[in-house]
Design a protein around this ligand. Sequence first.
Ligand code: SF4
Length: 429
Amino acid sequence: MRVFLQALGCRLNEAEIETWSRDCRARGYRLADAAERADLVVINTCAVTTESVRKSRQLIRRAQRANPHAKLVVSGCYASLPADRDGEQLGAELGVDLVVPNSDKDRLIGIAAERLDLPVMPELATEPGENALLARGRHRAFVKVQDGCRYRCAFCVVTQARGDERSRPVADVVDEVRRLHADGVNEVVLAGVHLGGYGSERASDLRSLITAVLADTDMPRVRLGSLEPWELPDGFWRLFDNPRLMPHLHLPIQSGADSVLRRMSRRCRSAEFRALVDAARATVADFNVTTDIIVGFPGESDAEWAETMAFADDLAFGHVHVFAYSPRSGTKAAAMPGQVDREVKRARSRQLHTLAAHSRRAVLSGFVDRTFDVLVEQRLDNGQWSGYTPNFLRVELTADSVDAAANRVVTVHTTAVSDDGGRLLAMPA
Ligand code: SF4
């Protein structure tokens, strides 16, 4: 999947392209250098002058001519104005596949993936450095500690593309974390294709690595990237006694139905996953768990889907990455019978998104009226600062007087959940 991103107009439009390119990479899409070489073209339009409107239309037409086979998504001010013209009308008028208004811009790649049924595969969310959950920036850096995977999950191409497991020596990782800290980074994410396999070929393990990073560096916040929910080393949960190891894990379950997990050749069943999460919640204060779920894996029946929904509901995830299954050539699943109809996948994805949003709101509600250290990351459109708690809950600092700035850690008191249910509102403590 290759994506060509193009912006017209202001610096904000350019910055959004930057965000979208990050989101694309997180989903495993490659960036193309021209519309002709892309499967998806995204144009961020401008409407500040009649000339910019003309140029926006011209860009859209040029992209259509250059590559009539590519899907075309349009956003930006020209695509959002005037208010009385809705996206569908504009889409039809310009012959584009999807119009994403400015209000939904920050989710553009996700919306395009869902609405246009673009291939999105979970293994790509585990790509080192590209975890869609965690943005990189001056405040946070990804440190790749491991590559490759010994498993053969039926949907996964990573295992073919990445080869055998290999890990970086502990001393190398420690050196890099020290350097990053010296450069002003306040949070690192230790990431790997199969992070739990760290050290398997060098008589070491993830626990030893984390212990060394915590002991031999002064990095204030250490996180773990996506981690497969099996073979965690003994004593793993006790590592979180150190408050510098952030109490959040992204553990991909992929399905709540054991029959589907078996077909996926996953090494973890729902009861084991549940036991893992129970152990984490019993041992680690404020533990937050997020996950990936594949919708519409081959043969997924209504009953299996119902099991997945019930499982997701029960587990109370802080966030669910929803992936509509799409076959990847060379994988076992691509040749499986019972490929699920795209309308069914769409309907199930919508159901799961709704459930996940309720679940997130419930999780956030449990953390109102609490005090947290928040790493301030960015300014929102409304001018407020936002960042994340140690357990990876998004926080918006509501006071104008907040003496915050990107990359500072501030202590805040949470007061409420935002109206959209997506973040905690907080005041300086
Ligand atoms: S554990 Fe499975 S999904 Fe994860 S990288 Fe290995 S083969 Fe892919």
